[in-house]
Design a protein around this ligand. Structure first.
Ligand code: ADP
Ligand code: MG
Length: 254
Protein backbone atom coordinates (compact mmCIF):
# COMPACT_ATOMS: atom_id res chain seq x y z
CA UNK A 1 0.00 0.00 0.00
CA UNK A 2 1.63 3.22 -1.10
CA UNK A 3 1.03 6.10 1.25
CA UNK A 4 -0.66 9.21 -0.04
CA UNK A 5 -0.09 12.63 1.37
CA UNK A 6 -3.37 13.73 2.93
CA UNK A 7 -2.49 16.83 4.92
CA UNK A 8 0.47 19.09 4.38
CA UNK A 9 1.00 22.27 6.37
CA UNK A 10 3.91 24.51 5.43
CA UNK A 11 5.30 27.38 7.51
CA UNK A 12 1.89 28.23 8.89
CA UNK A 13 1.48 31.37 10.98
CA UNK A 14 -1.92 32.35 12.34
CA UNK A 15 -3.17 35.24 14.43
CA UNK A 16 -6.33 36.34 16.14
CA UNK A 17 -6.78 40.00 17.09
CA UNK A 18 -3.19 40.66 15.97
CA UNK A 19 -1.85 38.11 18.45
CA UNK A 20 0.24 35.35 16.88
CA UNK A 21 -1.09 32.00 17.99
CA UNK A 22 0.46 29.56 15.53
CA UNK A 23 4.06 30.18 14.53
CA UNK A 24 5.78 28.76 11.51
CA UNK A 25 4.25 25.32 11.90
CA UNK A 26 4.98 22.38 9.61
CA UNK A 27 3.07 19.10 9.61
CA UNK A 28 2.67 16.30 7.12
CA UNK A 29 0.22 13.43 7.55
CA UNK A 30 0.00 10.48 5.16
CA UNK A 31 -2.83 8.04 4.58
CA UNK A 32 -2.98 5.26 7.14
CA UNK A 33 -1.26 7.33 9.82
CA UNK A 34 -2.39 8.44 13.26
CA UNK A 35 -0.81 11.59 14.67
CA UNK A 36 -1.37 12.95 18.17
CA UNK A 37 -0.77 16.47 19.40
CA UNK A 38 -0.10 17.10 23.06
CA UNK A 39 0.77 20.29 24.87
CA UNK A 40 -0.13 22.57 27.74
CA UNK A 41 -3.43 24.42 27.83
CA UNK A 42 -3.25 27.47 25.62
CA UNK A 43 -0.44 26.12 23.44
CA UNK A 44 -2.56 26.43 20.28
CA UNK A 45 -3.80 22.87 19.71
CA UNK A 46 -7.49 23.68 19.24
CA UNK A 47 -6.60 26.69 17.11
CA UNK A 48 -4.60 24.46 14.80
CA UNK A 49 -7.53 22.02 14.44
CA UNK A 50 -9.93 24.88 13.74
CA UNK A 51 -7.60 26.49 11.21
CA UNK A 52 -7.27 23.18 9.35
CA UNK A 53 -11.07 22.95 9.28
CA UNK A 54 -11.33 26.54 8.00
CA UNK A 55 -12.72 28.46 10.98
CA UNK A 56 -13.21 32.06 9.78
CA UNK A 57 -12.05 33.82 12.98
CA UNK A 58 -8.39 33.11 12.43
CA UNK A 59 -6.14 35.08 10.13
CA UNK A 60 -3.52 33.16 8.19
CA UNK A 61 -0.53 35.48 7.91
CA UNK A 62 1.84 33.09 6.24
CA UNK A 63 2.11 29.54 4.96
CA UNK A 64 -0.19 27.04 3.31
CA UNK A 65 -2.45 24.06 3.96
CA UNK A 66 -2.86 21.29 1.38
CA UNK A 67 -5.45 18.50 1.43
CA UNK A 68 -4.55 15.60 -0.88
CA UNK A 69 -2.28 17.96 -2.76
CA UNK A 70 -4.90 20.63 -3.29
CA UNK A 71 -4.21 24.05 -1.80
CA UNK A 72 -7.10 24.74 0.61
CA UNK A 73 -5.48 27.60 2.55
CA UNK A 74 -8.21 30.05 1.54
CA UNK A 75 -11.17 27.68 1.11
CA UNK A 76 -14.33 28.08 3.21
CA UNK A 77 -15.07 25.61 6.00
CA UNK A 78 -18.01 23.93 4.23
CA UNK A 79 -15.92 23.33 1.10
CA UNK A 80 -13.26 21.70 3.27
CA UNK A 81 -15.88 19.50 4.94
CA UNK A 82 -17.10 18.43 1.49
CA UNK A 83 -13.55 17.60 0.50
CA UNK A 84 -13.13 15.33 3.50
CA UNK A 85 -12.10 17.22 6.63
CA UNK A 86 -14.01 16.24 9.77
CA UNK A 87 -13.61 18.21 13.01
CA UNK A 88 -14.89 16.67 16.23
CA UNK A 89 -15.36 19.01 19.15
CA UNK A 90 -14.31 18.91 22.78
CA UNK A 91 -17.78 20.24 23.67
CA UNK A 92 -20.33 19.05 21.09
CA UNK A 93 -23.17 21.57 20.74
CA UNK A 94 -26.83 20.95 21.51
CA UNK A 95 -29.27 21.88 18.76
CA UNK A 96 -32.75 22.15 20.27
CA UNK A 97 -35.64 21.44 17.92
CA UNK A 98 -33.59 19.46 15.38
CA UNK A 99 -33.78 15.69 15.53
CA UNK A 100 -30.52 13.83 15.53
CA UNK A 101 -31.65 11.71 12.61
CA UNK A 102 -32.48 14.77 10.47
CA UNK A 103 -29.21 16.41 11.41
CA UNK A 104 -27.14 13.36 10.50
CA UNK A 105 -28.99 12.92 7.20
CA UNK A 106 -28.53 16.56 6.33
CA UNK A 107 -24.79 16.44 6.93
CA UNK A 108 -24.51 13.12 5.09
CA UNK A 109 -26.50 14.31 2.07
CA UNK A 110 -24.82 17.70 1.81
CA UNK A 111 -21.46 16.00 1.42
CA UNK A 112 -22.85 13.47 -1.08
CA UNK A 113 -24.45 16.27 -3.06
CA UNK A 114 -21.27 18.36 -3.15
CA UNK A 115 -19.40 15.33 -4.49
CA UNK A 116 -22.13 14.51 -7.02
CA UNK A 117 -22.88 11.20 -5.31
CA UNK A 118 -26.21 9.65 -4.48
CA UNK A 119 -28.18 11.27 -1.64
CA UNK A 120 -30.28 9.03 0.58
CA UNK A 121 -34.02 9.28 1.19
CA UNK A 122 -35.16 9.14 4.84
CA UNK A 123 -35.87 5.40 4.83
CA UNK A 124 -32.61 4.31 3.23
CA UNK A 125 -30.72 6.64 5.52
CA UNK A 126 -32.52 5.21 8.54
CA UNK A 127 -31.30 1.75 7.56
CA UNK A 128 -27.74 2.95 7.12
CA UNK A 129 -27.60 4.87 10.39
CA UNK A 130 -29.05 1.92 12.28
CA UNK A 131 -26.28 -0.29 10.99
CA UNK A 132 -23.63 2.25 11.92
CA UNK A 133 -25.08 2.84 15.40
CA UNK A 134 -25.19 -0.90 16.00
CA UNK A 135 -21.55 -1.23 14.90
CA UNK A 136 -20.47 1.27 17.53
CA UNK A 137 -22.63 -0.16 20.25
CA UNK A 138 -24.91 2.87 20.41
CA UNK A 139 -28.58 2.68 21.33
CA UNK A 140 -30.80 3.85 18.48
CA UNK A 141 -33.26 5.80 20.64
CA UNK A 142 -30.65 8.58 20.40
CA UNK A 143 -31.63 9.05 16.79
CA UNK A 144 -35.08 10.38 17.54
CA UNK A 145 -33.96 12.87 20.16
CA UNK A 146 -32.82 16.43 19.44
CA UNK A 147 -29.13 16.81 18.61
CA UNK A 148 -27.17 16.31 21.83
CA UNK A 149 -30.01 17.75 23.95
CA UNK A 150 -29.85 16.18 27.39
CA UNK A 151 -27.13 13.76 26.28
CA UNK A 152 -24.50 12.89 28.86
CA UNK A 153 -20.88 13.78 28.04
CA UNK A 154 -20.19 10.23 26.90
CA UNK A 155 -23.34 10.10 24.78
CA UNK A 156 -22.40 13.34 23.01
CA UNK A 157 -19.00 11.94 22.16
CA UNK A 158 -20.55 8.71 20.88
CA UNK A 159 -22.89 10.76 18.75
CA UNK A 160 -19.89 12.48 17.20
CA UNK A 161 -18.30 9.14 16.51
CA UNK A 162 -21.54 8.05 14.81
CA UNK A 163 -21.41 11.14 12.62
CA UNK A 164 -17.75 10.42 11.92
CA UNK A 165 -18.57 6.85 10.86
CA UNK A 166 -21.20 8.10 8.40
CA UNK A 167 -19.12 10.75 6.68
CA UNK A 168 -16.18 8.73 5.35
CA UNK A 169 -13.79 11.69 5.62
CA UNK A 170 -10.15 11.77 4.56
CA UNK A 171 -8.93 13.27 7.81
CA UNK A 172 -10.56 13.18 11.21
CA UNK A 173 -9.49 15.92 13.61
CA UNK A 174 -10.49 14.95 17.13
CA UNK A 175 -10.03 17.65 19.75
CA UNK A 176 -10.00 16.16 23.26
CA UNK A 177 -12.79 13.79 22.35
CA UNK A 178 -11.60 11.71 25.32
CA UNK A 179 -12.10 14.40 27.94
CA UNK A 180 -14.76 13.68 30.55
CA UNK A 181 -15.22 10.04 29.58
CA UNK A 182 -15.14 7.16 32.03
CA UNK A 183 -12.75 4.28 31.33
CA UNK A 184 -15.39 2.08 29.69
CA UNK A 185 -16.64 4.81 27.37
CA UNK A 186 -13.04 5.74 26.54
CA UNK A 187 -12.35 2.15 25.56
CA UNK A 188 -15.55 1.89 23.46
CA UNK A 189 -14.80 5.10 21.63
CA UNK A 190 -11.15 4.19 21.06
CA UNK A 191 -12.10 0.84 19.56
CA UNK A 192 -14.53 2.52 17.22
CA UNK A 193 -11.99 5.12 16.17
CA UNK A 194 -9.53 2.34 15.43
CA UNK A 195 -12.15 0.66 13.23
CA UNK A 196 -12.77 3.86 11.30
CA UNK A 197 -9.11 4.30 10.47
CA UNK A 198 -8.28 2.75 7.10
CA UNK A 199 -5.33 2.81 4.69
CA UNK A 200 -7.03 5.68 2.84
CA UNK A 201 -7.72 8.12 5.67
CA UNK A 202 -5.81 9.53 8.63
CA UNK A 203 -6.34 10.86 12.12
CA UNK A 204 -5.09 13.86 14.04
CA UNK A 205 -5.99 13.60 17.70
CA UNK A 206 -5.48 16.15 20.43
CA UNK A 207 -5.29 14.64 23.88
CA UNK A 208 -3.74 14.84 27.32
CA UNK A 209 -4.30 11.22 28.22
CA UNK A 210 -1.79 8.42 28.09
CA UNK A 211 -4.64 5.92 28.44
CA UNK A 212 -6.28 7.12 25.20
CA UNK A 213 -2.94 6.83 23.39
CA UNK A 214 -2.54 3.28 24.70
CA UNK A 215 -5.73 2.37 22.86
CA UNK A 216 -5.26 4.47 19.72
CA UNK A 217 -1.51 3.88 19.26
CA UNK A 218 -0.44 6.91 17.24
CA UNK A 219 2.45 6.63 14.77
CA UNK A 220 3.72 10.09 15.73
CA UNK A 221 3.29 12.34 18.74
CA UNK A 222 3.91 16.07 18.37
CA UNK A 223 4.44 18.34 21.34
CA UNK A 224 3.17 21.86 20.91
CA UNK A 225 4.26 24.88 22.92
CA UNK A 226 3.37 28.53 22.36
CA UNK A 227 2.10 27.86 18.85
CA UNK A 228 5.02 25.74 17.68
CA UNK A 229 5.67 22.04 17.33
CA UNK A 230 8.79 21.70 19.45
CA UNK A 231 9.23 17.93 19.30
CA UNK A 232 8.00 14.99 17.24
CA UNK A 233 8.45 11.47 18.52
CA UNK A 234 6.69 8.23 19.38
CA UNK A 235 4.78 6.91 22.39
CA UNK A 236 7.87 7.25 24.62
CA UNK A 237 7.33 11.00 24.80
CA UNK A 238 3.76 10.55 26.06
CA UNK A 239 5.04 8.31 28.86
CA UNK A 240 7.65 10.93 29.75
CA UNK A 241 4.97 13.62 29.89
CA UNK A 242 2.83 11.41 32.07
CA UNK A 243 5.71 11.01 34.53
CA UNK A 244 7.38 14.42 34.46
CA UNK A 245 4.85 16.92 33.09
CA UNK A 246 5.08 19.28 30.14
CA UNK A 247 7.49 21.83 31.61
CA UNK A 248 10.46 19.49 31.89
CA UNK A 249 9.86 18.21 28.35
CA UNK A 250 9.62 21.75 26.99
CA UNK A 251 12.85 22.72 28.73
CA UNK A 252 14.61 19.67 27.31
CA UNK A 253 13.58 20.12 23.67
CA UNK A 254 13.05 23.80 23.08
P1 ADP B 1 -5.19 24.77 23.45
O1 ADP B 1 -6.24 24.10 22.64
O2 ADP B 1 -3.81 24.24 23.21
O3 ADP B 1 -5.50 24.78 24.91
P2 ADP B 1 -6.05 27.17 22.07
O4 ADP B 1 -5.74 26.90 20.64
O5 ADP B 1 -7.46 27.03 22.49
O6 ADP B 1 -5.09 26.30 23.00
O7 ADP B 1 -5.59 28.64 22.40
C1 ADP B 1 -4.29 29.13 22.12
C2 ADP B 1 -4.19 30.60 22.48
O8 ADP B 1 -4.94 31.37 21.55
C3 ADP B 1 -4.77 30.93 23.85
O9 ADP B 1 -3.95 31.90 24.43
C4 ADP B 1 -6.13 31.48 23.54
O10 ADP B 1 -6.56 32.40 24.51
C5 ADP B 1 -5.90 32.16 22.21
N1 ADP B 1 -7.12 32.17 21.37
C6 ADP B 1 -7.64 31.13 20.69
N2 ADP B 1 -8.78 31.48 20.04
C7 ADP B 1 -8.98 32.78 20.32
C8 ADP B 1 -9.98 33.74 19.94
N3 ADP B 1 -11.00 33.40 19.13
N4 ADP B 1 -9.87 34.99 20.43
C9 ADP B 1 -8.83 35.32 21.23
N5 ADP B 1 -7.86 34.47 21.61
C10 ADP B 1 -7.92 33.23 21.17
MG1 MG C 1 -7.99 23.08 23.26
Amino acid sequence: MTKKNILEINNLSVSVDKENIIKNLNLRINSGEIHAIMGKNGSGKSTLAKVIAGHPNYKINNGSIYLTEENITNKEADKRAHKGIFLGFQYPVEIPGVSNLDFLRLSYNSIKKANKQKELDPLSFYELVHKKAFAINMKTDFLNRNVNEGFSGGEKKKNEILQMSLLDSKIFLLDEIDSGLDIDALKDISLTINQLKTDNNCLLIITHYQKFLDYIKPDYIHIMDKGEIIYTGNSEIAKKIDSYGYDSIIKEYK
